[in-house]
Structures are given as structure tokens and as C-alpha cells.
Design a protein around this ligand. Structure first.
Ligand code: IDC
Length: 467
């Protein structure tokens, strides 16, 4: 906790820069994840699910009806779906096809309803053998060191057994000669082989919150981490040419708004627009990690940390030539100011032209549903008017709750098929919407999606509730 407090003090010193209150011109040099029709996707969704981590079969808590509820009540078009290496490769070099088929079934539940699925190779604290989740026991080398449970759980990252398991994985201490990274890359390639032809999948998150063990900072990120990512990218591309590859920085520091040393990575697909590497950092401001809400002096600290986080993220995305998805953000919805914080992050994501996956959909105190699946106060905050797919190069989009207006502007680009889709939730648009400055091609009251016609030139549409 002392280390965290010192880091918190440092964080405050990062200071405000490039606050950018106005929506950014997101079209200039900004990269977008696109759908098969070439439309820019505005990815909004949840992670499914933390329950996966401890489940013997590695499956999340959901049934198909829960996926239907997610789509109906939140209008999400995105899900970050957790995988576990221990399930993909239960023994060295043996892959569990039954597990991958069970994952595929759930991917279908989401895909059927228009969700784009990001398969996330999740880990926290390395693996179950050292008190975490992710890695199989056979790939956990501790040299007799142990890890005790901690509170908060994140402190487990400095337990000796966990540090050693990571050091063995990265090959930064003498081991037994096994190359665990080769296994990890092989497991990722196997996942990609299984899902290469699955259109519901948008891509793969190569590793959740990488941790360098005893090697930290740029030495880790530009060393063993970058090498692993490059090896994984090259291996996945031998079986899957098209899906996006999402990379995360080392979570420590980056989650709070500090710089990452992650270097540019090569996509064998090619440079520039051909490359499909996306950047998916997590956002957990330190004052909140330390248990604060979004009020009083903590609020000002969180705001500074959000500005720093945005600056660093945009800088890194430019370096990587990558679109941005906030891979995780979330908090206990009962904390003071929590909903204002969620509003603020959504607005920031819109201004950045970034997607997001809220952590998480596990029924409980952080989620849009409580343990009895009754809506929490988070649900109406996430159930928000937004574009889902934009038929061209988005310039800006914003939901103005006060004026009850959703504005979307974009430049039509060649080769894009279909219209711009915006979702208008019943709580704000009970009788649908009226489009000024644009033409509505269709309205589907069931999905609550209004499709706007597109074409060459600049479009600027303002949608307000029908009287
Ligand atoms: C948390 C779960 C919690 C669990 C813990 C350890 O909410 O129930 O005990 O993991 O497995 C992350 C991680 C994500 C965390 C989340 C919230 O990527 O797995 O889930 N978080 O603590 N990084 C920062 C926060």
C-alpha cells in the first residue's frame, strides 16, 4: 500500500495536458476497426466473464437468454470473451477441442445478435497454481517459492511464487529448459485456427494485463513482451489472415495513465491500412484502485489521471498505427460518483473514437445487473444512444443528454456498403428518432436501430426523439 501511495503522489504530478473538451476530429489519420462492409465500428460492450476464471470447464456463467438480455437492454455490439490457457492446452502440446467448441457455441449466441467477439487470453497473477488464473499448472515454474493470498488481489503480483512463475515464463531466470512462450504462442495459434473462418469473431487479445515479474518498465515491454507479441502475431497469421490482433501494455502504470514502452509491431498482412493490430489498454485510475470513489479531492485526481491516460493512449496508438479499444474499465457501482465516472469515460471514449468493454457482466456490485439479475443503477448509464457502425470515416459523434440529441458526422468513403447504424434506446427515444441533415433509410423498433443513408461527401446528422 505504501508503494501504491507513492505512485499515487507521482500520478498527481503527471498533471493536466491536452484536455480536449471538444470532440476530436477523429478522421485525421485515425484508424478504425471495420466490419465486412467496410463500415467503422463503434464497439460498445462488456467483458464475459470473470466467472470463467475459476470454472472447472472454463465457461462463463451465461446462458443464451443472458446474451439476449444484454443485447436487448444495453444494445451492445461487442463482447470481450475470456479464455484460459489452462483450458486451451491442458497438457503440453495437447489442445482441448471440446473446450474450443464450447467457446464457439457462446460466440454464436453473441454473433447471432450482432455482437463482435474479442477472444481474450486472460490471466491474473499468472495461474491457479500461484493463486491466480490463466496458465496451466504444468506451465507454472515456482522453484519451490510460494504465493499467499492478498487483499487487494493485485498485490499478489509481488508474491514470490508469482514473480518466479512470470520470470520462468519470460525466460528471464534460469529454468528447466522448457520454452513456455512457445507453448503459449502455440495455444494462441490453435485458438486462431479454430476461429479463423468465424465472422462473429473480431479478433484476439493476446494477453490480459501482461506482468514482467522481476523485469519491469521498458526493459520488459520492448524486450520479452514485444518479442512474444511479434511471435504470436506471426504464428496467428499463418492460420488467420484477417482477424484483428489486440495488444495490451504492461498494466502497471499504463492502467493509471503512465507511458508504455510498447514498440510498433509488424503485421505480416502489410503496413498502413493493411495492418490489423489494435491497441487495448485498460483504464483503472489509481485513486480509485485505492478504494476512492469519484467525489471530492479524489475526483480531481481521477480527472488528472484520465487526461494523462488519454494523452498516453493516443500517443501509443499513433506509434502502433492502431485503433483503440478500452479493453477494461469498471468499478463498484455503489461508490460515490460512480455513475458520473462511467458517463465521463463513455464521453472520453466517444471523443477519442475508441470502443470499450466495461468490466464486467458478472451479476453483482460492478455490473448492470445485481446477483438476482435485477438492473443496477449502471444499466441506464450504459443504455445510451450511440452509433454502432458508421458508413465511412467518422469525424465525430456525441450524445448530448441535456438537449436529447445524438449527433454523428462522417465522410463517405469509397467501397463502403450499407448505411450508418445508430441505436436509439427506448428510455430516450420512446417513439424512435427524427434525423435532421440526413435521411433515415429504415427503423427497426425491435433492435431500435435507425439506419441512415450514406454516400460520398460529408454527412452531419442530428437525431432527436420523435414527438
Ligand atoms: C477481478 C475480478 C475479481 C477477481 C480478480 C482476480 O473482478 O472478482 O477476484 O479479478 O482474478 C483487472 C483484471 C480483471 C479484474 C479486474 C477488477 O484484468 O481480471 O477482475 N481488473 O479487479 N485489472 C484491473 C482491474
Amino acid at each position: 500500500a505504501v508503494v501504491l501511495a507513492v505512485a499515487a503522489a507521482l500520478l498527481v504530478a503527471v498533471g493536466p495536458r491536452g484536455a480536449g473538451a471538444a470532440p476530436a476530429d477523429t478522421a485525421s489519420g485515425h484508424r478504425w476497426i471495420t466490419d465486412r462492409q467496410g463500415r467503422a465500428l463503434v464497439l460498445r460492450g462488456l467483458s464475459t466473464a470473470s466467472s470463467t476464471k475459476g470454472a472447472p470447464d472454463g465457461m462463463p456463467w451465461i446462458e443464451e437468454k443472458d446474451v439476449a438480455r444484454e443485447r436487448r437492454e444495453l444494445g451492445t455490439n461487442f463482447v470481450r470473451f475470456l479464455l484460459q490457457w489452462r483450458k486451451v492446452e491442458p497438457s503440453p502440446g495437447t489442445y482441448d477441442r471440446t473446450y474450443l467448441r464450447q467457446v464457439a457455441e457462446r460466440v454464436r449466441w453473441y454473433g447471432k445478435r450482432g455482437h463482435h467477439v474479442l477472444l481474450d487470453m486472460h490471466q491474473d497473477l499468472y495461474g491457479p497454481r500461484v493463486g491466480g488464473n490463466g496458465a496451466p499448472a504444468w506451465a507454472t515454474g515456482t522453484d519451490g517459492l510460494t504465493s499467499a493470498p492478498t487483499d487487494p488481489w493485485e498485490l499478489g503480483y509481488v508474491e514470490p511464487g508469482t514473480v518466479r512463475a512470470f520470470d520462468r515464463f519470460w525466460g528471464t531466470v534460469e529454468g528447466d529448459g522448457r520454452d513456455l512462450r512457445k507453448h503459449y504462442v502455440g495455444a494462441l495459434r490453435e485458438v486462431a485456427r479454430h476461429f479463423a473462418a468465424d465472422d462473429a469473431v473480431i479478433g484476439y487479445d493476446l494477453m490480459n494485463e501482461p506482468w514482467g515479474g522481476s523485469v519491469q518498465g521498458p526493459a520488459f515491454e520492448s524486450g520479452p513482451l514485444a518479442r512474444l507479441y511479434q511471435d504470436a502475431i506471426d504464428a496467428i497469421r499463418t492460420v488467420d489472415r484477417d482477424h484483428w490482433l489486440f495488444v495490451e501494455p504492461s498494466a502497471i502504470g499504463s492502467n493509471w495513465g503512465f507511458a508504455t514502452g510498447l514498440p510498433r509491431l509488424d503485421d505480416p498482412r502489410g503496413d498502413g491500412d493493411a495492418a490489423r493490430i489494435a491497441y487495448a489498454p485498460h483504464l483503472y485510475p489509481l485513486p480509485m484502485d485505492l478504494g476512492g470513489g469519484y467525489t471530492g479531492s479524489t475526483k480531481a485526481q481521477v480527472d488528472r489521471s484520465l487526461r494523462a491516460w488519454r494523452d498516453q493512449t493516443e500517443k501509443t496508438a499513433r506509434r502502433l498505427g492502431a485503433p483503440v479499444v478500452i479493453g477494461e474499465f469498471g468499478l463498484d457501482v455503489g461508490l460515490p460518483g460512480a455513475m458520473e465516472y462511467v458517463e465521463k469515460v463513455q464521453r472520453m471514449a466517444d471523443d477519442m473514437g475508441a470502443g470499450f468493454a466495461y468490466w464486467s457482466n458478472d451479476p453483482g456490485t460492478w455490473a448492470p445487473w445485481d446477483a438476482k439479475l435485477r438492473p443496477t443503477r449502471l444499466l441506464p448509464v450504459l443504455d445510451r444512444p450511440a452509433p454502432l457502425a458508421v458508413a465511412g470515416d467518422p469525424v465525430a459523434y456525441r450524445w448530448d443528454a441535456k438537449r436529447k440529441a445524438l449527433t454523428v458526422s462522417w465522410r463517405g468513403t469509397e467501397g463502403v456498403r450499407g448505411g450508418t447504424e445508430v441505436r436509439l434506446p427506448a428510455r430516450h427515444f420512446p417513439r424512435g428518432g427524427r434525423a435532421q441533415g440526413g435521411e433515415a433509410a429504415s427503423w427497426d423498433p425491435k433492435s431500435r436501430i435507425l439506419t441512415l443513408t450514406s454516400g460520398p461527401g460529408t454527412h452531419s446528422v442530428r437525431i432527436t426523439p420523435h414527438a
